[in-house]
Design a protein around this ligand. Structure first.
Ligand SMILES: [Zn+2]
Length: 394
């Protein structure tokens, strides 16, 4: 049976970790045993935990308190595990998501005390399961430590209110974050870190003009569900939503920035594939989408959204000409695709893929302040031009 009960390790466990001194993870490793695949997370303190399984695609999720993770946010899998990711999930909680190669069930989850120079070890054993056993697995309650973690709701953060600021509001949305690292560049850099740098630089550049109120969907390394991003844009009374991403492709010769706005149908299969990939952020972070996928599955686009789409198209064209002055752009660069994050009913929205992290030269450039400045200049110029046109039509 499942061990829902752990050894508890005396008073140490009762020490509530403070924000200043988070427990640290020293190692995350997988091992293959004849009958199971084992995940071991070595920590400086004994953690509380919660373990549960999700379907479509099959995943095992481990929630832990907020901890300091090693620099890497993802690892290749082995055994039953195809890949695993870890990072901050909500303020105060961390998450590990294991993508399963095939249906599996959790055999055991427990914490071992320090021994032989090793710290506390959280151990998760998973074994193969048939379809029926996996179905039972996703329906049963989570396995929790004796002192359970607080229930984690994926909080949708509230946006700061406009309070008398009459300047146009630009919402900047650095893609991915926390347990969702996004794509990985050839040097190993994660998309979430790269685009956060671009987002913060864009924020500073727009603030410097004095012409805009700027709202960030995230300004640090945290996970945000897609609908949380849309909610921030709407609640902030956003006049413009700019989502920043970086692309990868199996073909390493592909390079250039590209700009996307929303349409019911993606303009080509590559744009459709990209939208499908970016829309998986919540799945990647181990969010249970059953019963809350209204944003992702929204097909009917109301009139307000249609008008917003036209504004976004205009913005897309302006962006292409501004960015094109100093940057290599992908051919046919302004494309329409069904990105969930662009489906804000009232905020004109654009998604910019700043370049290809799979192209070695371009990836190197993307990491330099000089290249970033070029992209930011192009974005600020396009945003200026967009609002100039908008104001002329008022
Ligand atoms: Zn992305």
């Amino acid at each position: 049976m499942f061990a829902r009960i752990l050894f508890f390790l005396g008073a140490l466990l009762l020490v509530q970790p403070t924000a200043e001194a988070k427990p640290a993870v020293d190692d995350v490793r997988l091992g293959i045993h004849p009958d199971k695949t084992r995940l071991v997370i070595e920590l400086t303190e004994a953690p509380g935990f919660r373990v549960f399984s999700l379907a479509d695609p099959a995943r095992v999720v481990v929630d832990l308190p907020a901890v300091e993770w090693p620099a890497a946010a993802s690892q290749d899998g082995m055994g039953l595990v195809g890949a695993l990711r870890y990072g901050l999930f909500t303020p105060g909680t961390s998450r590990v998501v294991l993508d399963l190669n095939r249906p599996a069930r959790v055999l055991d989850a427990f914490v071992l005390p320090p021994r032989d120079g090793k710290g506390y070890r959280f151990v998760l054993d998973i074994g193969p399961a048939d379809g029926a056993a996996f179905l039972a697995e996703i329906r049963r309650p989570p396995i929790e430590s004796d002192r359970p973690l607080p229930t984690i709701a994926v909080a949708l953060p509230a946006a700061p209110s406009a309070s008398g600021d009459s300047r146009p509001t630009v919402v900047i949305d650095p893609g991915h974050g926390g347990v969702d690292p996004g794509a990985t560049g050839v040097s190993g850099i994660y998309e979430k870190d790269l685009v956060l740098g671009y987002g913060l630089a864009l924020r500073d550049a727009l603030a410097k003009t004095g012409r805009y109120r700027v709202v960030m969907t995230r300004a640090d390394d945290r996970f945000l569900p897609l609908r949380g991003r849309v909610k921030i844009a709407n609640e902030a009374g956003g006049d413009l939503f700019v989502s920043l991403h970086a692309n990868t492709n199996a073909s390493r010769s592909l390079r250039g920035a590209s700009v996307y706005t929303l349409s019911e149908n993606a303009s080509d299969s590559e744009a459709a594939a990209l939208a499908a990939k970016e829309n998986k952020a919540d799945i990647i972070a181990g969010v249970d989408l059953s019963g809350q996928n209204e944003v992702v599955s929204q097909i009917l686009i109301d009139l307000a959204q249609r008008e917003t789409m036209n504004l976004s198209k205009g913005l897309g064209n302006i962006l292409v000409s501004s960015l094109g002055k100093s940057l290599h752009l992908l051919k046919r660069t302004h494309r329409y695709a069904g990105f969930a994050v662009l489906k804000s009913p009232s905020v004109p929205s654009v998604l910019v893929e700043v370049g290809y992290m799979s192209h070695p030269d371009e990836e190197r450039a993307l990491r330099t302040p000089q290249h970033r400045a070029k992209v930011i200049d192009g974005l600020v110029e396009a945003i200026d031009q967009y609002f100039t046109v908008q104001q002329a039509h008022r």
